[in-house]
Design a binder for this molecule. Structure first.
Ligand code: PLP
Length: 392
């Protein structure tokens, strides 16, 4: 058994073409030398050693031709879904895309027409709306409601928004932002809603492995086995290998699968050998032990962050059930958005995602990425406390 990772190790990513660190100055005006990058959702950790070894094997041979023979890759995915997610899948259900933003875009091409509406439960991962609009479809925003400080679905209110022009619903499960693990009842109700309104149901479960102790993620395909669903999963978020740009769209329903296959063929999509090599190595017992250690560490990070940030009057970090993305509400400070953002970016020198980019209900929030060594998380929370010191 390989030794467990040292998530406390600070790895300098500046100057490595890391979008999180090397683009923060141009996007947020925060210099990476003085600042802390807490925006885009990748981690400042190395992946499991098995992943590094798989890449070393490729490098050692040094021939980088076309990739083929997917049996080991498919078997690894099958093993992971059965053992970690309680979900039995068949190899022929699996499509490999260039990540799940690409997977979302492919679903839009396969299952909708220009002008169609696509339902999103907002606030939600911003790239959904971006690709929906870029492909000439319309975003139908269905705002989540906050009950007892966490997000809940609100189907009664959403009925009024359904006029027959929406054709697809994209669920984010677990939910980004807000870190919500949806309940079985919520998942079933989502499937019923999709069925009632003839919406193709797409479930983006990229965060499904990053679940805090005490919570359990249920795949949509397990919660609603009779509902045709397009499942999207990936190793990239779980193992911090997003640069490998590969994701899986998994479709049990033969009719939906045929439509998706036709779109993949029309766009000439085929797999990238580096992403596949990393993913195959990651979906292993060693990868599983690494994820368990990671989740324990991330749980410690979010407790450390919340313990400081929640002492700032008017500021509240939503308790995470999943993901490493703290969703922090600044609306209780009484400040307008420009003012609290200026304090975070200019005074605390932290780059965090702006809430409004996540759609309706996001304004007033910032999203902080906590997947970084704990000392840096504590430093960031302390800087935030100082930046709002006049409120205390
Ligand atoms: C819900 C969700 N889907 C997809 C992605 C990105 O997927 P990829 O890097 O595979 O394109 C993210 C990244 O944060 C995400 O949060």
């Amino acid at each position: 058994m390989t030794a467990l990772p040292d998530f406390d190790e600070v790895i300098d990513r500046i100057g490595t073409h890391s979008v999180k660190w090397d683009c923060m100055e141009s996007l947020y005006g925060v210099s990476p030398q003085e600042g802390i990058a807490m925006w885009v959702a990748d981690m400042d950790f190395r992946p499991p050693q098995a992943v590094q070894d798989a890449l070393q094997t490729l490098l050692h041979q040094g021939v980088y031709g076309y990739w083929g023979d997917e049996r080991a890759y498919q078997a690894a995915i099958q093993w992971w879904m059965a053992n970690r997610q309680g979900w039995k899948i068949q190899p022929e259900w699996i499509f490999t895309t260039h990540g799940l933003v690409n997977g979302t875009a492919l679903c839009l091409q396969a299952f909708t027409q220009p002008g169609d509406g696509v339902v999103l439960m907002t606030p939600v991962y911003h790239a959904f709306a971006r690709v929906i609009r870029a492909s000439g479809r319309r975003v139908v925003e269905c705002p989540l409601v906050q009950i007892d400080g966490r997000y809940e679905m609100d189907f009664d209110a959403w009925e009024a928004k359904m006029d027959g022009t929406a054709k697809m619903l994209i669920l984010c499960s677990p939910h980004n932002p807000g870190g919500r693990v949806w309940t079985e009842a919520g998942l079933k109700a989502t499937a019923d809603f999709a069925r009632r309104h003839n919406l193709i149901l797409v479930s983006d479960e990229i965060h499904h492995d990053l679940v805090m102790p005490g919570h359990r993620h249920i795949p949509m395909a397990v919660a609603a086995p009779d509902q045709p669903v397009v499942m999207m999963t990936a190793t990239t978020k779980t193992f911090n290998i997003a640069g490998g740009h590969s994701g899986n769209v998994i479709i049990a329903d033969p009719a939906l699968r045929a439509r998706f296959a036709a779109t993949m063929a029309a766009l000439g999509i085929s797999a990238n050998s580096f992403g596949i090599a990393m993913a195959t190595a990651a979906y292993s017992p060693e990868g599983a032990a690494w994820v368990d250690a990671l989740n324990t560490y991330l749980d410690g990070n979010r407790h450390a962050f919340d313990a400081i940030v929640n002492t700032i009057p008017g500021v509240r970090s939503m308790p995470l059930q999943a993901t490493y993305l703290a969703w922090v509400d600044f609306s209780g400070t009484g400040m307008d958005t420009a003012e609290f953002i200026a304090r975070v970016e200019k005074t605390a020198k932290i780059a965090a995602n702006h809430g409004a980019t996540f759609g309706l209900g996001g304004n007033g929030f910032l999203r902080f990425n906590l997947a970084t060594p704990r000392a840096r998380v504590i430093e960031a929370a302390t800087r935030l406390k100082q930046a709002f010191a006049d409120l205390q």
